[in-house]
Design a protein around this ligand. Structure first.
Ligand code: 6PG
Length: 479
């Protein structure tokens, strides 16, 4: 029996993806796992899938029709390299190896280059949507060659989530482009989650509402412009009661947020590209801050705000928080798309930003109504330099900015941390500024390091003789 697609790595994500593939018309799925028991279990539990089990790489290769196509679903890093090496041994030129894990895009670039030498295609594909998405329809962000897309495109389209009739998969760009875009997706996910958490914290501290009552607020928000998967699940988490203590679950979960690294990659990459993804960075740092109990313990008695947060008009306050969240969310997405734009320029990828926003409309963790507006913005102006300057967002930000400013100053006044809200607002005001104090920074740099500066009134590069007579000379540009 010949399979048209294979899956290597049958942990939850891998087996769900294999089941998803098998459930679609026309697919016969070969499955292989390093330890045999997982394969046996999957095949026994899902006779309806008609899986073709393989127990060695040779057998796996033999069951696949040409061009052989295999999706690897194992841990990023060493385990992925090991599987790739094994597949390269048994595959032939023209075959396709897909890495569906959360690989670092530079690893994907390296792997693609190495595998290409053998004539085999290597595709790094970001897959979002967690376990449920893998089973029912994820959002898929494949990179790799055009040749591989010919075979892979229809297969991935068959299993992807569908948004308004369109499958949530597109050939993002060559080599590491898919994993790059998935990385930024996760960075935006971090920012979105942190913003929601800050909104929850402000409402709780400001109004004394219980988590269950705040769940109702989020459920209500989910019927409007904030409609999204993350808002929806937030309501569910807040409503959950711990069986053991009878308390809201959110009150018994340790307040130290974990991270597997994709948020940090997004920030590290943005730093090297010189892209200010401040909302994503603050969200990532907020997780780090939360995870240092020893530092938090010694800091607990630091002097705080003189006055507690008091809210007179609860409904108006909640509406302010909603608008602050919406505005900050626009900033986070704008920054994320800016990073994709910069990454594409740096790595020579042609990435259609509108297409990326469309494949995030369903299946993935950041799926939201809002992504249609981003798609519209790029449809109207594909080269839009700053997403938040699109007319729809300008209107939304104009409507929200009063509330946004009130919430950031209220939080600061009451000593409530709101790093993502406030950094987003600062970014917005920084972009808007007619003049920035960067001029002074340039002056300081020139003073201590002769780093030179440019002038607003004439061409050229200049240096002031700070330790001499302080006249200005023309200088070599040293940046
Ligand atoms: C997705 C998620 C998925 C995973 C993250 C969680 O798109 O399906 O982003 O990739 O849940 O890796 O990341 P952290 O563990 O870093 O929060």
């Amino acid at each position: 029996q010949s399979a048209n697609i294979g899956v290597v790595g049958l942990a939850v994500m891998g087996s769900n993806l294999a089941r998803n593939l098998a459930s679609r018309e026309g697919n016969t799925v070969a499955v292989f796992n390093r330890s045999r028991s997982k394969t046996d279990e999957l095949v026994a539990d899902h006779p309806e899938a008609g899986f073709v089990p393989a127990f060695s790489y040779e057998e796996f290769a033999a069951t696949l029709a040409k061009p052989r196509t295999a999706i690897i679903m194992v841990k990023a890093g060493g385990p992925t390299d090991a599987v790739i090496d094994s597949l390269v041994e048994v595959f032939e030129a023209g075959d396709i190896i897909v890495d569906g894990g959360n690989a670092l895009f530079t690893d994907t670039i390296r792997r693609e280059k190495a595998v290409r030498e053998t004539g085999i295609n290597f595709v790094g594909a970001g897959i979002s949507g967690g376990e449920e998405g893998a089973l029912l329809g994820p959002s898929i962000m494949p990179g790799g060659s055009d040749e591989s897309w010919v075979t892979l495109g229809p297969i991935l389209k068959s299993i992807a989530a569908v948004a308004e009739g369109e499958p949530c998969v597109t050939h993002v760009g060559h080599d590491g482009a898919g994993h790059f875009v998935k990385m930024v997706h996760n960075g935006i996910e971090y920012a979105d989650m942190q913003l929601i958490a800050e909104a929850y914290d402000l409402i709780r501290r400001g109004t004394g509402k219980t988590p269950a009552e705040i769940a109702d607020v989020f459920a209500e928000w989910n019927t409007g412009e904030l409609e999204s998967y993350l808002i929806e699940i937030t309501a569910e988490v807040l409503r959950q009661i711990d069986a053991e203590t009878g308390k809201p679950l959110v009150d018994v979960i340790l307040d130290q947020a974990g991270a597997k690294g994709t948020g940090a990659w997004t920030v590290q990459t943005a730093l090297s590209l010189g892209v200010p993804v401040s909302g994503i960075a603050e969200a990532t740092f907020a997780r780090s801050l939360s995870s240092h109990p020893e530092q938090r313990a010694v800091s607990r008695d630091l002097p705080g705000a003189e006055e507690e947060l008091t809210v007179d008009d609860v409904d108006a306050f909640i509406e302010d928080v909603r608008l602050a969240l919406y505005a900050s969310k626009i900033v986070a997405y704008s920054q994320g798309f800016d990073e994709i734009r910069a990454g594409a320029a740096e790595y020579d990828w042609t990435i259609d930003l509108g297409a990326v926003s469309k494949i995030w409309r369903a299946g993935c963790i950041i799926r939201a109504q809002f992504l249609n507006r981003i798609a519209d913005a790029y449809d109207a102006e594909p080269g839009l330099p700053v997403l938040l300057t699109a007319p729809y967002f300008v209107e939304a930000l104009g409507r929200a900015q009063g509330a946004w400013r009130r919430i950031v100053s209220t939080a600061a006044g009451a000593g409530i941390p709101a790093p993502a809200f406030s950094s987003s607002l600062s970014y917005y005001d920084g972009l808007r500024a007619e003049r920035l104090p960067a001029a002074l920074v340039q002056g300081q740099r020139d003073f201590f390091g002769a780093h030179t500066y440019k002038r607003i009134d004439k061409e050229g590069t200049f240096h002031t003789l700070w330790s001499g007579d302080r006249t200005e000379i023309e200088a070599e540009d040293t940046h």
